[in-house]
Design a protein around this ligand. Structure first.
Ligand code: DGL
Length: 271
């Protein structure tokens, strides 16, 4: 039994899609969440900058005596995890591997679409993961730089003309190509599941990277005997690097439960 919390971070709200799943699967775990809302989006920045941000995010979380870190951000996972993970004393889990595996498992026609940030698409990480598992699978990738800022501004609902127009522009080539599986390769995108599913149609399976990864992390913590006592009532504490005001409202919407305790603002540049 291990009573230490799990640290989770993302550039903003997106990692909450993983947290929601962790809360469901591991209700006994305490979670420390950091959303780098002052520096979102990561996915349009250089590899050097993303790696610096990721190290600061990890340094911030490590002060809570955590037992593991989940990088709930495909961009940070793709660009920085391999480079930094060996430098820290706790296991660091990502999101891309689990999402790639789930896509291979789901696809019947071997045509897998990927939407992600420009940095994740340019890294080629999903093509590598999917190609290693299923060499005959084809992957068509579309970088969607406008989606993260729109999600952070709460533009996520079906019927919102702005988000529906942007989604149609990004997804048209993928729909025309006929992919039967679409990897939401950014943890912000499951917050857009409703308008994306409406545009792609019910025959296309959407892969939620945060959800898939949370399942893997839950299994790995259990295998490593790192779980808390099951009777413990897990708590989640939220930190952000910009004003908590907007975050709290959207976070409770996405977590489908109220955010308990104050969301605290920190100066991430100090780490
Ligand atoms: N949620 C992050 C991801 O999964 C968003 C990246 C960004 O900040 O651009 O890639």
């Amino acid at each position: 039994m291990d009573t230490r919390p799990i640290g989770v971070f993302d550039s903003g709200l997106g990692g909450l899609t993983a947290v929601r799943q962790l809360m469901r699967q591991l209700p006994g775990e305490d979670i420390i969440y950091f959303g780098d809302t002052g520096r979102v989006p990561y996915g349009v920045r250089s590899a050097e900058t993303i790696q610096r941000y990721v190290r600061q995010d990890i340094h911030f979380l490590l002060q809570f005596h955590i037992k593991a870190i989940m990088i709930a951000c495909n961009t940070a996972d793709a660009i920085a995890r391999e480079a930094v993970a060996g430098d820290y004393p706790v296991p660091i889990y990502g999101v891309t591997g689990a999402a790639g595996r789930a896509a291979v498992h789901a696809s019947k026609n071997g045509k897998i679409g990927l939407i992600a940030t420009p940095a994740t698409v340019d890294s080629g990480i999903f093509k590598k993961i999917i190609g290693a598992l299923q060499p005959r699978a084809q992957v068509m990738s579309v970088a969607c730089p406008l989606l993260v800022p729109l999600v952070e501004n709460g533009r996520v609902a079906r019927g919102d003309m702005v988000i529906e127009t942007v989604i149609a522009e990004y997804l048209k080539p993928l729909r025309d190509w006929g992919c039967d599986t679409l990897v939401l390769g950014c943890t912000h995108y499951p917050l857009l599941s409703a308008p994306i599913a409406a545009y792609m149609g019910t025959d296309v399976t959407l892969i939620d990277s945060g959800r898939e990864a949370a399942q893997t992390v839950a299994a790995q913590l259990a295998d490593s005997a790192l779980l808390n006592a099951p009777e413990h009532l897990g708590k989640t504490k939220f930190y952000v690097s910009d004003s908590p005001a907007g975050f709290e409202k959207l976070a409770s919407l996405f977590l489908q439960r109220p955010v308990e305790g104050a969301v605290e603002q920190i100066n991430i540049e100090a780490y």
